[in-house]
Design a protein around this ligand. Structure first.
Ligand code: NAD
Length: 489
């Protein structure tokens, strides 16, 4: 056990409606804003998971037998609790993740919106019935899968669990959440508030930990489905492991999003959007602009981008990155690009914030003349860094975008409808923006990328998630006594 003073109580697993102290190994939870100790988190294994699965299996019959309206009644209560506590929850996200308080507040508001979508499940999940022959009816109903798992990353400690947990619960599943071990505090509040909202014990559990518990979730025979959000390398591991154990799996991975900027784009709007997309949440968003493809002569827009980027001040309107290792990784990408001939227009290296010298800060960075073959152009940097890649025309720009292994988002900035339509058609990404730097689809539309940004069928939110969290039961009935002969379809 750490002897360092910590701000919050140690994080515990939440199993069968109770927080549990086990003898597991612990890991320190660090506040990236100043490097202080927030708490410590247990690193759980198969034994801890088995207890959570047992509690969930015990709770499942009664929970799945409730009507969807009864289940969402609890989620209505939960939504209100989150709404009443936005400031407290935002403060926690700010401290554990390092994003600015306004960004943290926006994250919690998005969790509310996601819960509202789950609350509307009764309007969306009715089945189908049809008389297929005289007196013979076919009926299709959606049924829950059973005990399911949700694994989340560090960058949205409150929102990403809300992509999956409310929908999976509303649809009658019992859920085991495995938050990122780096940011486990928001999940504690989620457990407390779901219990206070009236969720029966065992229906929702939290098991904390790292690689070992993720592998256990992929292996445990009592778990029917696994949703994962994180980096592509781990998404591949989880997708392969869970599906080889015959589980349903959707695994969202990393991103490298390209914004194509045309010479006719609105200058101020484009510059403001590009910079907000690349620097918001310190660039640690899977929808962040990582590369801007400058099509033809857009020097007038790049000049304005520099003006916008210079308005960003670390600690005031730009939060920290998650760790010392992340800061070093990001600064290494910048140094390598510079050494390979790229030109740094705005340099955010060596950023510090007064009185927070222990924090992990990288300032907004704009790099021009990045070549598609450089590492910074190909790999996910996950920091407030924009690489500008020059293209002679739109087709060359699309070639650059299409060549990425990733495919979460892509956007075009133009005032031409024809150009926008062409990019909508040709870009190889799951979420496309026209004059929008962060094209996140809002509910009921679903969230999910293409290529190595997502593995599995369907998307993780919205209507697509209804498919993922349910299975169809098809019943054929015959009640007319005169048709006593066997009926064949
Ligand atoms: P990560 O892949 O390191 O961790 C995600 C989860 O996997 C965590 O819960 C972690 O404990 C677990 N994990 C880590 N290494 C593991 C291993 N070797 N085996 C099994 N489990 C392991 O991701 P992160 O650093 O927490 O989050 C940032 C990444 O998530 C970025 O790549 C970002 O693009 C991605 N992300 C993607 C989306 C999307 O919608 N596509 C959304 C948010 C974040």
């Amino acid at each position: 056990m750490s002897t360092v003073t910590q701000k919050y109580d140690e994080v515990k697993n939440f199993v069968g409606g109770q927080f549990k102290v086990n003898g597991q190994q612990k890991m320190e939870v660090v506040c990236p804003l100043d490097g202080s100790t927030l708490s410590n988190v247990p690193l759980s294994g198969m034994k801890d998971l088995s207890e959570a699965v047992e509690a969930a299996q015990t709770a499942f019959p009664a929970w799945s037998a409730m009507t969807v309206k009864e289940r969402v009644d609890i989620l209505f209560n939960y939504r209100q609790l989150v709404k009443d506590n936005v400031e407290m929850l935002a403060q926690l996200v700010h401290e554990e993740n390092g994003k600015m308080i306004g960004e943290a507040r926006a994250e919690v508001m998005k969790s509310i919106e996601l819960t509202e979508f789950a609350c509307s499940m009764p309007q969306m999940v009715s089945g189908q019935i049809m008389e297929v022959s005289k007196g013979v009816e076919c009926r299709v109903e959606r049924k829950p899968l059973g005990v399911v798992a949700c694994i989340s990353p560090f960058n949205f400690p409150h929102m990403v669990p809300h992509w999956t947990v409310p929908n999976a619960l509303a649809l009658g599943n019992c859920v085991i959440l495995k938050p990122s071990e780096v940011v486990p505090l928001s999940a504690v509040k989620m457990a407390e508030m779901l219990k206070e909202a009236g969720l029966p014990d065992g229906v929702f559990s939290v098991v904390n930990g790292d690689k070992e518990i993720v592998e256990a979730l992929c292996d445990h025979p009592g778990i029917e489905a696994v949703s994962f959000v994180g980096s592509t390398n781990v998404a591949k591991i989880v997708y392969r492991r869970a599906s080889s154990n015959l589980k349903r799996c959707v695994a969202l991975g990393g991103a490298k999003n390209h914004l194509l900027v045309m010479p006719d784009a609105h200058v101020n709007m484009t510059a403001a959007n590009v910079v907000a997309s690349m620097a918001g949440c310190a660039g640690q968003r899977c929808m962040a602009a990582a590369a801007m493809v400058a099509v033809g002569d857009v020097s007038h827009i790049i000049d304005q981008i520099i003006v916008e980027a210079k308005k960003i001040v670390v600690g005031e309107n730009l939060g920290s990155v998650i760790s010392k290792e992340a800061k070093e990784r990001i600064e290494k990408y910048i140094a390598e690009a510079e050494a390979a001939g790229a030109k740094i227009l705005v340099d955010g290296r060596n950023a510090t914030v007064a009185d927070k010298e222990g924090g992990f800060y990288v300032g907004a960075t704009i790099i021009d003349h990045v070549k598609p073959e450089m590492n910074i152009a190909k790999e996910e940097v996950f920091g407030p860094v924009l690489s500008i890649i020059r293209a002679e025309d739109l087709d060359q720009a699309l070639e650059i975008e299409n060549s990425s292994n990733y495919g979460n988002a892509a956007a075009v900035f133009t005032q031409s409808g024809g150009t926008a339509r062409y990019v909508m058609e040709k870009a190889s990404a799951g979420m496309i923006g026209v004059n929008i730097g962060v094209p996140v689809p809002r509910e009921p539309f679903s969230f999910g990328g293409w290529n190595e940004s997502k593995f599995g069928v369907g998307d993780i939110t919205g209507e697509s998630s209804i498919e993922f969290w349910t299975q169809l039961k098809k019943t054929t009935t015959k009640w007319n006594p005169e048709a006593w002969t066997n009926w064949m379809s």
